[in-house]
Design a protein around this ligand. Sequence first.
Ligand code: PMP
Length: 427
Amino acid sequence: MSRSHDLFTAAQRHIPGGVNSPVRAFRGVGGDPVFFERAAGAYAFDADGKRYVDYVGSWGPMILGHAHPEVLAAVRNQLDKGLSFGAPTEQETTMADKVCALVPSMDLVRMVSSGTEATMSALRLARGYTGRDKIVKFEGCYHGHADSLLVKAGSGALTLGEPSSPGVPAALAELTITLRYNDLAQVRETFAAIGSEIACIIVEPVAGNMNCIPPVPGFLEGLREVCDQSGAVLIFDEVMTGFRVALGCAQGHYGITPDLTALGKVIGGGMPVGAFGGKREIMSKISPLGPVYQAGTLSGNPIAMAAGLKTLELISAPGFYDQLTATTTALLAGLQVRADAAGIPFSTNQVGGMFGLFFTSEKVTNYEQATACNQEQFKAFFHGMLERGVYLAPSAFEAGFVSIMHGEAEIQTTLDAAAATFAAMTA
Ligand code: PMP
């Protein structure tokens, strides 16, 4: 038996399900989760010393590859000065200036310690700013685990939301309206009926929590329009897409200006960091400038700022996203050729350094299509790749991530593994 197996058994003694975040438990694909010991560049090494080409990248942050020497040096430099002060530091100003320069929709930005905090705070701010309670989100989008966001739709567009987790009060869930992603007509209908009661629309501008589904042309534009007409706040949850699909985030890539933006993952370079920000008029309602309360003991933590700032500096290098995008395109093209050769129905989506793999012959643009893909084939593919040294997200409903350290050799290793896996799946 592997060390990962023994470690997983031990982990279950005192950790619920043996993991500190559910997807890590491999429930979606079966088998024991892989325990990692270290990672460098495009590779992660498990507790048994086996090497994997890593397409999870800590679920997105590791865009520079793991253990980037300059990021580690920045962290080391800060370490000797102390881990946390709970008082302002110069680095926080540098970070705010940098973020607002890269993302022009943001005039003011507040640092937090996770993506969940960022979206939760943005939501409270949108409600506090508009004086309205209802929110609109989309099926298949994930915005962290704040109560208002753990809600799925009832059957009709305007039926009351039902909690998707015990512990979420029904009275709160009723305020969350869940609509279909990429269905602008449904959004328009909803706003025509109750637009004046809606505080905000929160959306992943590229959906990355139901695999990877880009917005259809006109969808984000339409959301901007209905928000302008109704006075609702448009929140882009760019926790995943921020600095992942482009240096200017998804909003820069698609040319849509949200009112508020939530960030996470890449902005912390692998440390626990999130941020939310946007229009000065709205952000000025946040405490201590305004009445909407929000705070954090470790917010703007100096070690986290050091890692994040160095990451933002390095991804700002000319050509960075061209290379990242080209590598991702080459990976997907290679996978498609090999799936086609094996006669396996397969399609892919990509935006910048973010991708999705679907076991279907259709181009996937919505939640129904994503959930209708062949799950058994995904599981077989996942385990075949894992065995051959390629670590993919252990769920058919998560996006994949490429780092700048993924080069020709890593892509070739991946494609060779895929050819063998597809062949084994059809044998
Ligand atoms: N929003 C999006 C779009 C996410 O993908 C995630 C996490 N995957 C979150 C919010 C929550 O972030 P965190 O896990 O850091 O709380």
